[in-house]
Design a protein around this ligand. Structure first.
Ligand SMILES: NC(=O)c1ccc[n+]([C@@H]2O[C@H](COP(=O)([O-])OP(=O)(O)OC[C@H]3O[C@@H](n4cnc5c(N)ncnc54)[C@H](OP(=O)(O)O)[C@@H]3O)[C@@H](O)[C@H]2O)c1
Length: 317
């Protein structure tokens, strides 16, 4: 277990991503994946109020609804750390006070709970003063609707602005920062946001730990990336020559250690400075064991150095 920032939250060092729920995983599969994740030691689930709005026929909130039905059916709310996000649901856009106060109630209802452990500002909202957004998050903390504040998709400069505003007002610092961060997408996080987050004592909980499946090893050539609608939309962005070289190194390390490439990729991320728990999703039950194994698999110093070196050659994303 890993402690998140200066909170009292102890989490399994792998968060289960919830954006497949109601999208590429139907409800029965989603529930089975959640059960297996907990059976494998997991306790940290990541979602957002708009997941999975991009799927045909969805309107947003499908992932939270499935998680809510699972929590209610299993009666395990107190043993699961639930993280969700506000700013991208069509009914509650941006980070104005009204959107945050309305968005949290809608999420609580869908999740069938009266508190959220970690509540994220999903994306920066440059049109709203940081003091208004941070003040609304603090209001929710005082009301007990959320336990801790977190941020995702901020520039280093705007992250610093949030930290300064909460310090000036005597409000708690955000506990977690959630960047797009993986072996083929190290920048701009490492240079721009990591120093600010570290100075403020925030834990890092990176998303796209598998680069949407690219780092599972199932895409080996640029042509592989064009095969499905999902790969064209989400995975093809990673398909540079340098990124394919990362996959080759990953496969060599994985073969040597006798584990799956996905396990190696997530373990590499877990070992980076400040990272508490990478987030990854499993579309099927069969995909989950490789993800769970990352929580305990330790890379050798040589393997880590090889992955550090090859991933440093990937162009800034
Ligand atoms: N803060 C943000 O803005 C933000 C943005 C995006 C995501 N997130 C969070 O991060 C989570 C993870 O993102 P993600 O799911 O998009 O990306 P990811 O974890 O990098 O990739 C997961 C995908 O990889 C494939 N996969 C997983 N395990 C595999 C295995 N063992 N073998 C082969 N393929 C495997 C599956 O897709 P296929 O089987 O379909 O290929 C799965 O859906 C999301 O659920 C969400 O909670 C946050």
């Amino acid at each position: 277990m890993t402690r998140l920032g200066s909170t009292d939250l102890d989490v399994f060092p792998l968060a289960l991503g919830g954006n497949t729920f109601g999208w590429t995983s139907d409800e029965d599969t989603s529930l089975a994946v959640l059960d297996a994740f907990v059976a494998g030691g997991g306790n940290f689930v990541d979602t957002a109020d708009n997941y999975s709005i991009w799927a045909d026929g969805n309107t947003g909130g499908e992932s939270e609804l499935i998680i809510g039905r699972w929590l209610a059916a299993r009666g395990n709310r107190d043993s699961v750390v639930v993280a969700t996000k506000v700013s991208r649901h069509p009914d509650f856009r941006g980070l104005g006070r009204r959107a945050i106060l309305g968005g949290v109630d809608a999420s609580l209802a869908r999740l069938q709970t009266d508190y959220i452990d970690l509540y994220y500002a999903h994306y920066d909202d440059p049109g709203t003063p940081v003091e208004e957004s941070a003040g609304a998050f603090h209001e929710l903390q005082v009301a007990g609707k959320i336990r801790h504040v977190a941020l995702s998709n901020y520039s280093g400069e705007r992250l610093q602005e949030w930290v300064t505003v909460v310090r000036d007002n005597g409000w708690p610092l955000p506990a977690v920062y959630q960047p797009h961060y993986n072996l083929v997408h190290r920048e701009p996080f490492e240079s721009d946001q990591a120093p600010v987050a570290a100075a403020a004592g925030m834990s890092i909980v990176p998303y796209f730990a598998l680069a949407s499946g690219f780092l599972s090893g199932k895409y080996r050539t640029a042509d592989d990336l064009q095969r499905t609608d999902r790969s064209r939309r989400f995975v093809a962005q990673y398909g540079s020559e340098q990124a394919l070289a990362v996959v080759q190194t990953l496969e060599a390390v994985a073969a040597e250690a006798g584990v799956a490439p996905a396990t190696v990729a997530i373990s590499w991320l877990r070992g980076r400075s400040g990272v508490a728990a990478p987030i990854a999703s499993a579309r099927t039950l069969e995909q989950l064991p490789a993800l769970l194994a990352s929580a305990t698999f330790e890379l050798s110093a040589e393997a880590r150095a090889a992955l550090d070196a090859v991933s440093a050659t990937v162009a800034v994303g």
